[in-house]
Every structure is written in C-alpha cells, then in structure tokens.
Design a protein around this ligand. Structure first.
Ligand code: HPA
Length: 286
C-alpha cells in the first residue's frame, strides 16, 4: 500500500528533477498574490497538475504551480496557489506542497494569505505580519501516522520565528511599507464568518481571520522549518462594516496590496540571505 510518505517522496523526486534542490527559501502565495512569481529571475515553472499526487487547483485567484528562480539574489521556490480544506481536499493534500518544498531543500518557509481584518486598527489593503495563529479548523495535518522526519509533538511556543518577525518589521520600516502584526485565526470556511463569530474571534484575541496557512505551518514546524508569514487584509471581517464580503472584493483588494506585498517579500528574502551569509562567515571564523 502506498503511504503519504511515498506520495511526498514521489512528488519531491519529480520536483527535484525539474526544479533542482538548492532552494534556500520556500514561499507559499495566497489568493491573488501569485504575481510575486513574475518577479523571479531565471524562473522555471512546473504546474501542480504535472506533479504526482497534486490534484487540480479549483479556486479562482490560485493558479497552481511551483516556480523556482532567484529573488533578490536568493534561490527561492514559490508555490503559487494552494489546496484548502474547504475544497474537500484531505489534510494530506493540503500540506503536500509544504512537505515537498521541505523535501527539495527549503529550510525557511514564508507563508501568505488573504484575510479578513478583525482588529479595528487594521484596514483593507494593509499587510499584517503573522505573529501567532489559532487553529480553529478542528483538524491537524499531524494527526495520524507520523512521517519519518517529523516530530510527533512539535513545540508551538514560537510558531513564527521571532528573529524573522523582527526582520520583517525592519524590512517594512526601511522600505516605507506600513505594516501591523497580529494573530491569524484559521477557520474551515468556505462561508465567510457571521458577525457573532467575528465578535467571538475578537474576544479570543484574533486580529485577522482566514481559511488557510495554519495546516502548512503545523507541518513546517514538525519538520523543523523556520516560518514567517504575512496576511494581506482584504476586507473588514463580517459585521464590522455595513458591506457584505465577496470573493471578488477580496481579490480586488489583494491586487491593490500586492505591490507592497511583493516589495516587502523581495526585500525580506534579500535581507535574509545577507543575514545567513554573515552568520556563515561568523561560524567560519570561529
Ligand atoms: N474571512 C475568512 N477568510 C477570508 C476573509 C474573511 O473575512 N477575507 C479573506 N479571506
């Protein structure tokens, strides 16, 4: 019988063959944020549908491909598009790209998403550094058989790397990009929340709400990857303004915020590479 570990291995073999395995940073792009991939130099692209075990992508705003290339002189591998629980995919499928990105060498994972703003100081079009999250999907991709290279009980006291959070903040400041930070709550979806649910989330301490990202972060932490993430706030969460929420609005606002997002991620990756370079130099001197 073929196990999930076999599925990961088969997919990784193909990705390694087509895109290589020297990727320092993996980036998962959320709804409407796929244009960052156009910024890559020397891009090599692989559609999800060409990768064994990767089903077709169905949400509009998600193209579904892996692109390897150089961003700010750093080798990166980008997943433009993702699988969501609300599409009916299994958790194994939802986190398959993250596991494959790790298997082809990435040790830092940058996640992004579109999210509704709960914190009243965060406005549509703003970017929010994800400082922490709440898994309110009721599910974990780590339940079930343990994968050989994953920890059974990963520590989640700092799911988003504090040094990377600080680096993101510095990068945004230097680039003149306004940014806030906060807690991302992941729900199953696909309906947007009710006003009562948003009031509940506010009282629980969530600053933004969405339907993704947390499964990938759980797997990344179990694999020992360093994680950083940004939410693109596309709307005020339900009940906090008079207007209803539509997926078209979410995509339109993301398009507005995407330019700052792309500048931020490019400068962040550049800074990260510089830091790792100087860390390596320091180690070499010791
Ligand atoms: N709720 C959940 N997910 C979302 C939202 C929202 O308001 N906006 C974008 N993704």
């Amino acid at each position: 019988m073929s196990t999930h570990a076999d599925t990961v291995a088969r997919a990784a073999e193909l990705v390694r063959h087509k895109l290589g395995d020297e990727h320092a940073v993996a980036i998962i792009l959320g709804s409407g944020l796929g244009a960052l991939a156009e910024r890559l130099e020397d891009p090599v692209s692989l559609p999800f549908r060409a990768i064994p075990g990767f089903p077709p992508v169905s949400v509009s705003g998600h193209t579904g491909r892996l692109i390897a290339g150089t961003l700010g002189a750093t080798r990166v591998i980008v997943a433009a598009g993702r699988y969501h629980l609300y599409e009916g995919h299994s958790l194994d499928t939802v986190v398959l790209p993250a596991r494959v990105l790790h298997a082809v060498g990435a040790r830092t994972l940058f996640v992004s998403n579109a999210a509704g703003g709960i914190n009243r100081t965060i406005r549509p079009g703003d970017l929010m550094i994800i400082e922490d999250h709440m898994n309110l999907t009721g599910r974990s991709p780590l339940s079930g058989p343990q994968l050989p290279n994953e920890t059974r009980f990963p520590d989640m006291s700092a799911p988003y790397d504090p040094a990377l959070i600080a680096m993101l903040r510095d990068t945004a400041l230097d680039a003149g990009i306004p940014i806030s930070s906060g807690v991302y709550a992941a729900l199953l979806g696909p309906s947007y929340e009710t006003p009562a649910e948003v009031r509940m989330l506010e009282r629980l301490g969530a600053d933004a709400v969405g339907m993704s990202t947390v499964p990938e972060v759980l797997v990344a932490r179990a694999l020992g990857m360093r994680v950083a993430g940004v939410s693109c706030i596309t709307n005020t969460a339900a009940g906090m303004s008079n207007s209803p929420i539509s997926h078209a609005e979410v995509l339109a606002t993301t398009a507005r915020a995407a330019v700052s997002f792309e500048r931020l991620v490019t400068a962040f990756v550049q800074r990260l590479a510089g830091r790792e370079h100087s860390d390596a130099e320091r180690e070499a001197e010791l």
